[in-house]
Design a binder for this molecule. Structure first.
Ligand code: GLN
Ligand code: ZN
Length: 774
């Protein structure tokens, strides 16, 4: 029996990568220093896994920004707009220009599109393909990292996204072809990589084909068959581990099982029945091994050894020990790094802490499981097993978890509790009268730049170096300045700026019962951006108002409308580590009721416009279509429950970003928010087509500029996008706003961009009045 790991967090236990990247971007460290920081993290990760008994240690799981972008560079699929930039800059700056856009020395390139990685909160950079797309080996990162580990005495298992999944992750940038047709152009470059890896001494290579968990077309399935047969023909002695994760193979199972690979990796956390299906089918070739993903790579709960051992033993009985690998369910990049760094006993109490395991602990669990399950026990592990059993029992019965009042409130929900008083058509008239907004009203998505000062105040406050009064005074000053800037620049619907918030989910979780927090439980969201998801361990309720004070304060400063800002129940659920002891829907409904109380309190405090952000609705969709209806039903209901406690003339906004909307547009309409703001500019308003085709009834704010880039767009660019929008959506339904929150931006570029944005809206208004008078 072997232990296998699919990927280890690359941000560093103390977010070293984030810090190094950001220093490099701001010109404070050199390229060499950045690369050295990356190398230090890799070395640490490899050594940790080697010391903790992992047999198949991944390499090329590291990335400075994103593993899909790495592969795009590896395969030389560099979009044409970077050709000039590539000629005059080094490959590192080209890489970051593709990731983030760049404005330097008179050059000005926009970033590539970014979207969510399957149903996770990780974002990848979307490959762009043309009809005659050429591929060539452009970067040898995968090989270099294999050699780097080899020089440390560790023979790793290089990890690459498989060719079919790579193509499917991308997007066609012109008409007349499907990206899967590029497989013949693409495969030779994979051959070149595999050949080089084999020459350097690699025996195992992991190819990730997570699309095997999705509904594939026949063409796509045929591509899988073609690719893995070709690879096997060319590299008969290379051991290919074909990794599928996040769901079952579903109807792709026969295609998968017929592939000539060395090992299948299965996600037995997301799809526990898969193993029985495979063993019972009799279709697993007798020389093929199984990597059993029994340790949850996406959540923080301690593994239940008894349960996992039962699974492993079943596989061992059927196949024999030699054909079994024990593994986490997926790459551990979705887990925080190290529970040992959690020393904040007051928040993360010892009782809760003993229920948890992070990446480092999961590595140990994988090894322990193998030792417990294998016959060559050279040590008595009964103490570890007993400890694990005890911790799992304690969690089931703990008083911390159950709150009868919450359970009863959920049971008492009546039909109609999730409906506004009147339909949108009626509400719209009342809101127009109450709010008196111009055509093309301008607003922002909520957060304003979180400067180092703002963050340092919070840090000092948390350390007790600032009193509550001192801290509040600083935040009030920042909020007031932000209100003044918005007034001066002519924005119509203002926000307070969210300076008191560390993160849009954590901020709420901190004030809700049933949540707890880690000090250092960071997980990569995109590039250098990390999030620290709260841990939902028990029944959720809201003891006191969470945002009313700030909304009220901001509104007291200005005669203009200030929009209250909340995070929606689905997003809070989705971006937290959730309980695995009750259905997600149950937890979501509990959160929805807590948010509903907050919405009602904001309205009572005189806030007439309230935004409930739901950027995570789409990513919560199950990967397999047959499970969508059930999820959408409870998720949309939860949103509506949170929004339906207010009067008709209170305007509810929602915000979503970085997702495809086409196939859930009906459900988005069913959310019945009065206004929805969405990210659109990276796709040049393409996303809006879904809303236009559907004749989306409510108001829409398609983002007119990309907030992930420091680039300041001109008002002409934004007018151009707004004209595109106005061509498909009636002008009186359109709002003008950035793509998303501005917290990661600097003030300087933010001010410039928002002034340009207001100018763009003004031009649109002039054009519209002109049209009317003509
Ligand atoms: N209101 C949040 C903000 O502006 C929304 C962020 C998001 O959609 N991810 O920061
Ligand atoms: Zn957003």
């Amino acid at each position: 029996m072997k232990t296998n790991n699919l990927g280890y967090p690359r941000i560093g236990s103390n977010r070293e990568l984030k810090k190094a990247n950001e220093l490099y971007w701001s010109g404070k460290i050199s390229a060499e220093e950045l690369l050295a920081a990356g190398s230090a993290i890799r070395t640490q990760n490899w050594k940790l896994q080697a010391e903790n008994g992992i047999d198949l240690i991944p390499s090329n799981d590291f990335s400075l920004y994103d593993q899909v972008l790495d592969l795009t560079l590896t395969l030389g699929a560099i979009p044409e707009r970077y050709t000039e930039f590539a000629r005059t800059n080094n490959s590192l700056d080209l890489y970051f220009a593709m990731a983030r856009g760049a404005q330097k020395n008179g050059q000005d390139v926009v970033a590539m599109e970014m979207t969510k990685w399957f149903d996770t909160n990780y974002h990848y950079i979307v490959p762009e393909f043309t009809k005659n797309q050429k591929f060539e080996l452009f970067s040898t990162k995968a090989i270099a990292e294999f050699i780097e580990a080899k020089n440390l005495g560790i023979i790793t298992k290089p990890v690459l996204i498989g060719p079919v999944s790579y193509l499917l992750l991308g997007k066609e940038k012109e008409e007349g072809f499907h990206r899967i047709d590029l497989i013949h152009n693409l495969l030779p470059v994979y051959f070149e990589i595999l050949q080089k890896l084999e020459a350097e001494g690699a025996t195992y290579v992991q190819l990730d084909e997570p699309f095997l968990a999705l509904n594939l077309t026949n063409n796509e399935r045929e591509a899988i068959t073609y690719v893995y047969n070709e690879i096997n023909n060319k590299f008969p002695s290379l051991k290919i581990i074909l990794a599928n994760y996040f769901d079952c193979f579903g109807e792709n199972i026969d295609t998968a099982l017929a592939l000539p690979v060395d090992t299948f990796h299965l996600d037995l956390v997301r799809c526990s029945l898969q193993l029985d299906d495979i063993l019972d089918s009799g279709k697993l070739a007798s020389n093929v091994n199984l990597s059993l993903g029994v340790v949850d790579g996406r959540n923080i709960w301690k593994n239940d050894f008894k349960k996992s051992l039962a699974i492993i033993e079943k596989a061992v009985t059927a196949l024999g020990e030699n054909r079994i690998l024990v593994a986490p369910s997926c790459s551990l990049i979705h887990s925080p790094c190290d529970l040992d760094l959690e020393t904040n006993d007051a928040t993360l109490t010892p009782e809760i802490k003993q229920w948890l395991a992070f990446a480092k602990q999961k590595i140990k669990e994988v090894t322990l499981l193998k030792q417990l399950a294998s016959n060559e026990i050279d040590h008595d592990y009964s103490i570890e097993l007993a400890e694990n059993t005890l911790a799992n029992q304690d969690r089931k019965t703990s008083k911390l978890i159950h709150n009868e009042a919450v359970k009863n409130r959920v049971k008492g929900i009546k039909t109609g509790d999730d409906q506004r008083q009147n339909a949108f058509a009626t509400r719209r008239i009342k809101q127009a009268e109450a709010l008196q907004l111009p055509l093309f009203p301008t607003t922002t998505i909520g957060s304003f730049p979180q400067t180092p000062e703002v963050r340092s105040w919070r840090a000092k406050f948390k350390k007790g170096e600032l009193t509550q009064t001192e801290y509040d005074a600083l935040l009030e000053k920042e909020t007031e300045e932000t209100i003044r800037f918005q007034e001066e620049s002519g924005i119509d619907v203002l926000v307070h700026g969210e300076f008191e918030r560390n993160d849009m989910v954590e901020y709420f979780g901190e004030q809700l019962d049933g949540f707890t927090f880690t000090k250092n439980g960071w997980v990569q969201s995109y590039g250098s951006r990390c999030v620290k998801p709260p841990v939902i361990y028990g029944d959720v309720s809201r003891p006191t108002p969470m945002t009313v004070k700030w909304a009220e304060f901001a509104q007291s400063l200005t005669p203009k409308w200030v929009k209250g800002m909340l995070t929606g129940p689905v997003t809070i659920l989705q971006w937290s580590f959730v309980r695995n002891d009750q259905p997600r829907s149950e937890t979501c409904t509990q959160i929805a009721l807590a948010i509903r109380d907050e919405v009602v309190d904001l309205e009572k405090a005189g806030i007439k416009i309230i935004q409930i952000d739901e950027p995570a609705i789409r990513e919560g969709l199950p990967l397999r279509k047959e499970e969508w209806a059930d999820y959408l039903d409870w998720a949309i209901k939860a949103f509506r429950s949170s929004a339906s406690g207010v009067a008709d003339d209170t305007q509810i906004h929602t915000h979503m970003c970085y997702s495809e909307f086409n196939d859930i547009i009906q459900n988005i309409a069913d959310m019945d928010a009065d206004v929805i703001t969405i990210e659109c500019s990276r796709s040049q308003m393409e996303l809006l087509d879904a809303f236009a085709d559907f004749k989306f009834p409510n108001e829409i704010g398609p983002g007119v500029y990309d907030i992930h880039s420091p680039r300041v767009p001109s008002n002409e660019e934004m007018v151009h996008l707004l004209e595109k929008a106005a061509a498909v959506i009636p002008a009186n339904q359109l709002w003008v706003n950035p793509d998303c929150g501005l917290k990661t931006r600097h003030w300087d570029e933010t001010k410039k961009a928002l002034i340009e944005m207001v100018n763009a809206a003004k031009k649109m208004r002039v054009a519209a009045t002109h049209l009317e008078t003509v």
